[in-house]
Design a protein around this ligand. Structure first.
Ligand code: SF4
Length: 704
């Protein structure tokens, strides 16, 4: 049993941050009381993950006792007044009165909900149920739309089902060659680097595609450094090489796929020299990458946000899936395609119904059979369940506009920092009648709220998470939340009661998990055979797991894909330029990303002292040649100007970035907020914004 605890006073749980969900043991410090005081964190081996934590994990407990955590509800009487402490009764009354009034005037859609990929499965499930049955609004989506939605859409159309990694982490470690497109695991999930850099044969190794020579790319055998926004052309070119040079696995293609004939004519026009002109990746490197992948005994193609966060992200991932299919990788033991999900419960968060177009079990909300099944579990008439709603950015962009929602409830996300064209987000939020934020800390979004509700932290609640492998794991409570702080389930139940609407929201996580299993039973993400007891006994269970006797499914697609005929689908896709290409007015590409010591919008990690020390603020990575052209020296403040706004941050000169590109991390608010610059153009399928590339110009900030 992997979850055994060495000390009965300690609790075996997992890190609150990224989707690797490293194992952790929590215990009260010796001189602390059981319900307060310092909490000690120790690494704990779990699954294929050795006992290791990154700096974020080691320091995660600091927020439990931080003076910066929220401890009481807060309400502001008007937009001109400050937030002041309030009772739960008063806060719920304010929210319920606004919802009742707005829905009487504007209908159920006058209220919207935005969830998060860090919520437990139980909370994500209940948020979807709360929106559809208590609020009866179609307007619910979550911030995972900004994370891996393009990879999910591409996997759904190729394989009929998306599970980020359809195989355990150990299979990646054991592969001879790994192609990682647009991922920087050395900074985003450092313990995963052991998997990526596991010993491989002389004929194999790690291949990284990234416009920056990141710490991950530094460890690669081969680093392809394309122009931002051209990964799709690179993938088409690699498939061209595979087909022309005889690397395709014809037996696999014939037995397990459909559609290569539709893809071939497109790919034939992406010969290596043309692809070099589009991407900047030398012909020899394109050929070498394909040769390494195709001649490996076991090979993996993985994508991260760099490939996915584009207005053509779904097609880009599809092109890499097409390459993997031509080489016979998906559904072959030891090989495959997978997406490295980022947020802690980015996987489970997209399965249980907080997405605009889905019901629990990863079912489509417009499927009559799914609606009937879920409505029966919820005890409501299927006719009262709303249909699909807008995606996260479209929802945010409609707030306060004519016909748009006038009340927004936010659970555990911070769009003021993390949404594209972020300054516009503030304008939308300001036009609301009421903004309600439930969070651990007073995030930048909470700063703008009319009602702020303090929610419990990860060490103060039970529940489950689904990690990047599709393994369902337990989050365990060390102690109750302090003072007036409540769990998100209790907050939803309180709001439902204040509204006087049913059905009743269950607040006991184990009972919610059992209900979630019933609601999702028979769906693609079937958890019906998983229980807390099973997870405790087995250390985690991979979905789908339809019955208690089912062993779970660590490896998917070995016999058939989840398509009607069991065969994977090649999907024809074409390269197109970035929505906003460089020009005379905005001659430099901007790409955005993460740093090791901060997480997502930084709402939590910017409040942890060691992480602030390690990564105190924003910066702009500039190549020395580009810096010289602009008269910029190391440490100089630089104005980065896009068509949407201006950010100012100190320059970091480095030759690890392309001369035509600058990089900014997006974790910070204020003058250096990178997302005021980013382009909200959306992928037509996944509705993912174009975070990873836009056009900017640089202006040195003149000192007086
Ligand atoms: Fe936490 Fe991710 Fe770091 Fe592991 S890699 S300790 S899960 S932030």
């Amino acid at each position: 049993r992997l979850d055994d605890m060495s000390d009965s006073a300690a609790v075996a749980t997992h890190c609150p941050y990224c989707a690797l969900q490293c194992g952790m043991e929590l215990s009260a410090a010796p001189d602390s009381g059981p319900d307060s005081g310092e909490v000690l964190v120790a690494p704990r081996a779990h699954g294929d993950n050795a006992a290791a934590l990154c700096q974020k994990g080691w320091t995660a407990a600091e927020l439990l006792t931080s003076p910066q955590r929220l401890r009481t509800p807060m309400v502001r009487a008007s937009r001109d007044e400050a937030l002041v402490p309030a009772s739960w009764e008063g806060a719920f009354g304010t929210v319920a009165a606004a919802i009742t009034r707005v829905q009487a005037e504007h209908g159920p859609g006058g209220v919207a909900v935005l969830g998060g990929g860090g919520l437990t499965n139980e909370k994500a499930y209940m948020l979807g149920k709360f929106a559809r049955t208590v609020l009866r609004t179609p307007n619910i989506d979550y911030n995972g739309r900004f994370c891996m939605s393009s990879a999910a859409a591409a996997a759904n159309r190729a394989f009929g089902l998306d599970r980020g990694l359809p195989f355990p982490l150990g299979d990646i470690a054991a592969a001879d060659v790994v192609l990682l497109v647009g991922g920087n695991s050395a900074e985003t999930m450092p313990p995963f680097l052991r998997v990526l850099t596991a010993p491989r044969p002389d004929t194999g190794g790690l291949i990284v595609v990234d416009p920056r020579r990141t710490p991950t790319a530094e460890r690669a055998r081969l680093h392809l450094q394309p122009t931002p926004g051209t990964d799709l052309a690179l993938a088409l070119g690699m498939l061209h090489v595979a087909l022309v040079e005889g690397y395709a696995d014809t037996e696999y293609v014939a037995a397990r796929t459909n559609g290569l004939a539709d893809v071939r004519p497109i790919v034939m026009s992406y010969w290596p020299e043309r692809v070099e002109r589009i991407t900047g990746v030398p012909v020899a490197q394109q050929r070498e990458a394909v040769r390494l992948l195709a001649t490996a005994g076991r090979a993996m193609v993985l994508t991260g946000r760099g490939a996915e966060q584009h207005a053509k992200g779904t097609d880009t991932v599809t092109a890499f899936v097409n390459l993997a299919l031509a080489l016979g990788l998906p559904g072959t033991p030891g090989s495959g395609y997978g997406c490295l999900t980022g947020q802690g419960n980015g996987q489970g968060g997209r399965e249980h119904g907080q997405k605009a177009d889905q019901l629990p079990g990863y079912r489509r909300i417009d499927d009559p059979a799914a609606r009937a099944h879920v409505a029966a579990v919820w005890g409501v008439d299927p006719a009262v369940l709303p249909g699909p709603g807008p995606s996260a950015y479209e929802l945010l962009d409609s707030l306060g506009r004519p016909g748009g929602p006038r009340v927004l409830l936010v659970f555990g996300t911070n769009p003021v920092v993390s949404a594209p064209a972020a300054a516009r987000m503030e304008e939308r939020l300001a036009d609301l009648d009421l903004l309600v934020v439930a969070d651990l800390v007073r995030s930048e979004t909470a700063d703008l709220a009319d009602v702020v509700l303090p929610s419990a932290q990860w060490a103060e609640e039970d529940g489950t998470m689904t990690n990047l492998e599709g393994r369902v794991i337990r989050r365990r409570r060390l102690r109750p939340p302090p003072g007036q702080v409540r769990t998100d389930l209790e907050i939803m139940a309180g709001l439902a009661a204040a509204l006087g609407r049913g059905p009743v929201v269950e607040t006991e996580p184990a009972r919610v998990f059992a209900e979630l299993g019933r609601a999702g039973a028979g769906g693609p993400a079937d958890y019906a055979g998983i229980s807390y007891e099973r997870i405790d006994a087995e250390g985690g269970v991979f979905w789908p797991c339809p019955t208690p006797a089912h062993p779970g499914t660590p490896r998917m697609f070995l016999d058939r894909f989840a398509t009607p005929d069991g065969r994977a689908r090649f999907v024809p896709v074409e390269h197109r330029p970035a929505v906003e290409d460089v020009d005379a007015a905005y001659p430099v590409y901007l790409t955005t990303g993460r740093v090791l010591a901060q997480y997502q919008s930084g709402a939590q990690t910017r409040r942890v002292s060691a992480l602030v020390q390690a990564a105190p603020g924003p910066f702009v990575e500039v190549h020395p040649v580009l810096a010289e052209r602009h008269g910029i020296a190391e440490g100089d403040d630089v104005r980065v100007v896009s068509r949407r706004g201006v950010a100012v941050a100190p320059a970091r000169l480095t030759d690890t970035i392309r001369v035509d590109t600058v990089f900014m991390p997006f974790h910070w608010p204020g003058a250096g907020r990178a997302n005021v610059l980013t382009n909200p153009a959306l992928d037509p399928t996944s509705r993912m914004p174009e975070f990873k590339v836009c056009a900017v110009r640089l202006e040195p900030v003149c000192s007086a």
